[in-house]
Design a protein around this ligand. Structure first.
Ligand code: FES
Length: 287
């Protein structure tokens, strides 16, 4: 075993694999210490949290101290200080979601699962969290599973979703990717290694585009802004809540034209775009 691997606590093969990934991450930045945030996600993709071995590894790779790594890792809530469940179920309890029932959803889930905020079920399946606004207020109240959207939730729908996750069933987010992957898989994506699913599904649905359509109908513009372009009917995406919880896929076909910056505008590139985002049964399983 190399001295570096020994110091990090990882076995030789794991150390070599992580070091190779780290080199790819560092190459993205002019200064290698800037690679720390994605590297912490990389560590979570390996260990399921920011472990002591992971902290030592990051420090050694970046030429900084373990204290500096820890200072960053303990600042952001996406970095976990203890082993995370396979799925992070985050209930938005920020202002709008709270008004629309987010607190009731969290309380129901907490009682149903027997865990509180940042606690994990005994089977290791779910870590429950209160989360801040996910910029999905037009679909409030929102529940996130490993950062995939489950829109317009209810306490009953959210507990059914949690039960299906614990049973190892496939669930389909309301928008975005056609399935939910594990926390470790998601962490690797956050480290910057694509799993090829970023363009799945519909990104901007009707509530998101309603204001844009209104502005275009009335020829409203922001001061100094360009006139709005014609907006066509957006794709409706998968059915909210009930279909998402039931794992059904009733999406309309490829995304309709929206705004240039909207993901609804992009060219369909994945099978999910053409088929209505039918989940692949091979996805979303534990690694
Ligand atoms: S307040 Fe919940 S997504 Fe914005």
């Amino acid at each position: 075993m190399t001295l570096e691997a020994h110091r990090s606590g990882y076995d030789e093969a794991t150390y070599a694999r992580l070091a190779q990934d780290t080199a790819a991450i560092i190459a993205r930045y002019p200064q290698k210490r800037s690679a720390l945030l994605p590297m912490l996600h990389l560590v979570q993709s390996e260990d399921g949290y920011v472990s002591r071995d992971g902290i030592a590894f990051c420090a050694e790779q970046l030429g900084i101290t373990a204290a500096e790594v820890s200072a960053v890792a303990t600042f952001y809530t996406q970095y976990k200080r203890h082993p995370n469940g396979t799925y992070t179920v985050g209930v938005c309890t920020n202002t709008l979601c709270a008004v629309m029932g987010g607190d009731e959803i969290f309380d129901e889930l907490s009682e149903h699962l027997g865990v509180g905020h940042d606690e994990t079920t005994e089977d290791g399946a779910i870590t429950l969290e209160r989360v801040e606004c996910n910029a999905a207020c037009d679909y409030a109240p929102v529940v996130m599973v490993n950062w995939e959207f489950f829109d317009n939730q209810t306490p009953a729908g959210a507990t059914q979703l949690a039960d299906r996750l614990r049973a190892g069933e496939q669930v389909a987010p309301t928008r975005g990717a056609a399935s939910v992957c594990s926390f470790k898989q998601m962490s690797r994506v956050l480290a910057g290694f694509s799993d090829g699913r970023a363009d799945e599904g519909v990104g901007a649905g009707e509530p998101t585009l309603a204001g844009l359509r209104l502005a275009r109908e009335h020829d409203w513009t922001a001061p100094g802004g360009a006139a709005p372009e014609q907006v066509d009917e957006p794709a409706t995406g998968r059915e909210p809540e009930s279909a998402a919880v039931a794992g059904e896929t009733t999406a309309a076909g490829a995304s309709a034209v929206g705004h240039e910056q909207s993901s609804a505008e992009r060219t369909p590139t994945t099978p999910a775009d053409a088929t209505g985002a039918t989940p692949d049964a091979s996805k979303g399983k534990q690694p």
